[in-house]
Design a protein around this ligand. Structure first.
Ligand SMILES: CC(C)(COP(=O)(O)OP(=O)(O)OC[C@H]1O[C@@H](n2cnc3c(N)ncnc32)[C@H](O)[C@@H]1OP(=O)(O)O)[C@@H](O)C(=O)NCCC(=O)NCCS
Length: 204
């Protein structure tokens, strides 16, 4: 997986062309691709959503993922309402040792501004991202977070047993996976490698 810090002309121009394009919408909420110019908003969203002990680290992660040039591409989504960015989610590719043909992604981070939570915005970001990954023929999506939230999308700990996180987990119960098809990994369990922005043991 190729990763590169700094402005990424490929990612930015691809995203710019889709700036006006709303990917999903209902009466109140639009989902669109995040672009480089969203950096400050993305930082603000996670800075306010996460507790103080985590907010700086997660904001930095989210901002870095906007610029991390990955292959396959990282999907970074903004939820906006009345023209204001209120939620953000990123799905980045992971490699599975011994399983080069399995396509896997990880969802991290996900955040919605506190004054906009509990209106379905987080769910819309996750559901849109999962649909997009499914179209891309991704086999499995991983997440490290609160199972009480992620179980509604089908993520579960059993499915994650085949995937070894890159660092020891502070909260092992938060390690979950969602299979998007019935693909089976060859060498199980498989150690995963994340993109550069997520390759920081403090995030785990
Ligand atoms: C988690 C988060 C993204 C959900 O966003 P949201 O827009 O409020 O999500 P939705 O409206 O789709 O769903 C809201 C529901 O999720 C529940 N929920 C939110 N966080 C939860 C958690 N950690 N555990 C269990 N349920 C949770 C809410 O209570 C609400 O329940 P309800 O539908 O019964 O009222 C948002 O609460 C957030 O940004 N939290 C802080 C950052 C964070 O924890 N991110 C996830 C990383 S693991």
């Amino acid at each position: 997986m190729k990763t590169h810090k700094g402005d990424s002309p490929h990612v930015v121009s691809a995203a710019l062309s889709s700036r006006q394009r709303v990917l999903a919408s209902d009466d109140l909420i639009n989902i669109r691709a995040a672009i480089a110019q969203d950096r400050a908003d993305v930082r603000r969203i996670h800075g306010s959503a996460f507790p103080e002990s985590e907010s700086a680290r997660v904001s930095t992660l989210a901002a870095e993922l906007l610029f991390d040039q990955t292959l396959p591409q990282t999907i970074s989504l903004i939820a906006e309402t009345e023209g204001a960015a209120v939620g953000h989610a990123a799905f980045s590719p992971v490699r599975l040792a011994g399983n080069p043909n399995v396509r896997a992604y990880i969802l991290a981070p996900l955040g919605v501004k506190p004054d906009h939570q509990k209106r379905g915005i987080g769910s819309k970001l996750v559901e849109y991202g999962l649909r997009r990954l499914s179209i891309m023929k991704v086999n499995v999506v991983l997440v490290y977070g609160d199972p009480r939230y992620y179980r509604r999308f089908g993520f579960n700990a059993d499915a994650a047993r085949q995937y070894i996180p890159p660092y020891p987990l502070q909260y092992p119960f938060g390690w979950q996976a969602l299979a998007l098809d019935d693909c089976h990994i060859k060498k199980s369990p498989a150690v995963i490698t994340c993109v550069a922005a997520l390759s920081d043991p403090k995030l785990w």
